[in-house]
Structures are given as structure tokens and as C-alpha cells.
Design a protein around this ligand. Sequence first.
Ligand code: GUN
Length: 292
Amino acid sequence: MQRLNGKETAQKIRTELKAKVSERKLRGSKTPHLAAILVGNDGGSLSYVTAKVQACEEIGFDSTLIRFDDTISEEALLLKVIELNKNESIDGFIVQLPLPKHIDETKVTDTISPNKDVDGFHPMNLGNMLLNLPGFLSATPAGIIELLKRYNIETSGKHCVIIGRSNIVGTPLSIMLSRNSNPGNCTVTLAHSRTQNLKELCLQADILIAAIGKPEFVTADMVKVGAVIIDVGTTRVDDNSRERGWRLVGDVKFAEVAPKTSFITPVPGGVGPMTIASLMMNTLKAMELNGK
Ligand code: GUN
């Protein structure tokens, strides 16, 4: 078993990006600028957004964090999005999800200019991804693809089972892994809450991707010997032995599953840091695409 070290890989990507940014700055080019909108005080969302801002600082990007109370109206949030679309100094921005119930997330993501949609959530970017045309790839699926690529994991012809059909992870990943590309060319099964015989399906997976947000859902009896396991789960569970009172738990029961696998991502330190690295890559790309 080998760990797919997302933390280390993401650090390499950050170093590469830092070098690119310094080189561009020397040539008098603009500094890439990422903005993030955070609504409310959810601890998980706050730590993700903070990590994104810190990554910008480390790489040498400019960053702007815009925070709103969770009582903000949908209209006011949409106005902020429109303002950021027009703001020439900002190359790309994200609105951290989930949003409060009274705000329509689809309306918000549809309002973000596709040229600044570094999360790759806009229908235009999702459509381009579907057709293998240029655009922004969603950060978490793109991070997983990059991790598979950097570890030279063979995907062509493999059976990949993805558990979870979210618009952010499972659905785009199912398309990216089945495309004629490398990594790609997988035979993909997209499993979800109505799937029957899930255990039997998972046992057929050469690559198993868990993205359902149910702590330790995937157990050893669901995993084929030698499989590659990607764990997208990051649920905070109470843990009084930790000073902060919680720990992050993935969707895979790591201790019992890991010995059966060829490669596995840990939580934390697997997919999470790769998501942030892809967001940074998308931000640099946004600046380049917008001709700056
Ligand atoms: N919530 C969970 N993952 C993500 C992400 O990648 N981007 C945004 N904007 N919100 C999220």
C-alpha cells in the first residue's frame, strides 16, 4: 500500500506556481488575484476559505476575502457577484458553498462570469468540460485527476466506481474519468443513494472514489485487493482528546481498508490540499485567459 500524499503533491504544485508568478512579476505582469465570498460562520467553510487565502499568500497571489452575515439577501449577494465580475483587478473568484437555505445556489453560480469561475461550477464551464473544450475544471475533481497523474496511476480501461453524484464532485468526476484523456478512459459507475448492490459494485472497482460525506462508510469488505482508493470525505466528528474538540474523518475506514489497497488517500492530507492547489492553478489560468 502506498499513500497518495496530497499534502506533499499540493506543496510541489504551490512551489511551481510560486516560481511562475515570480517570473511573471519580473516581466512586469499582473499579480494573480483571487477573491472568495464566505456567507455565515460555518466552521468547516471558514477553515476551507482561510486555507485558500493562505495558499494565495504563500504563492504570491493577491487575495480578497469578503464575508457576509448569513442573513444577507439573495439580491445583495448577487449584486456583489456582479461587482466582482466587473472588477478588473480580480482574475477569479469563488462563492463558498453551501449557502443559507434562503439563497438559491444555482442562481449565484450562474451569475458568476464563466471567465472568472475558478471553481468551474458555471454551466458554461461544466458544458465545456463535458465536451472536452477549454474552460475551468471543478477544483476537487481536477485535484484528484492531478494526483492520479502525478503518481502515474493507470486509469485506462479500469473500472472506476464513484459513490456520490454531487454537482461539485461525483458527477463532473464521472465525466472527466470517462473522457478520452490521460488520466481517463475509465469505465465509470456512478453510484448514489438509490444504487442497489453497492457492496458488489464496489468489489468490482479498480478505482473506488468515495464522495458521500458519510464518515467511514467504505469498509474493508467492500474493497477489492489492490484497488486504488480516493477518499473525498471530510466530516468533522467530535473528539474530546483533541484540543479543538473535533477531528476530520473521511468516507473510508482507513485503518482496515488501507492494507488491501495499492494506493489510498489519507484524510486529512489527501484530496483536500489538492482541491486548493487546483483552485490556485485555475486562478493563474484565469489571469492568462483574460489576457493579463
Ligand atoms: N464547498 C465544498 N467544496 C467547495 C469548493 O470546492 N468550492 C466552493 N466554492 N465551495 C465548496
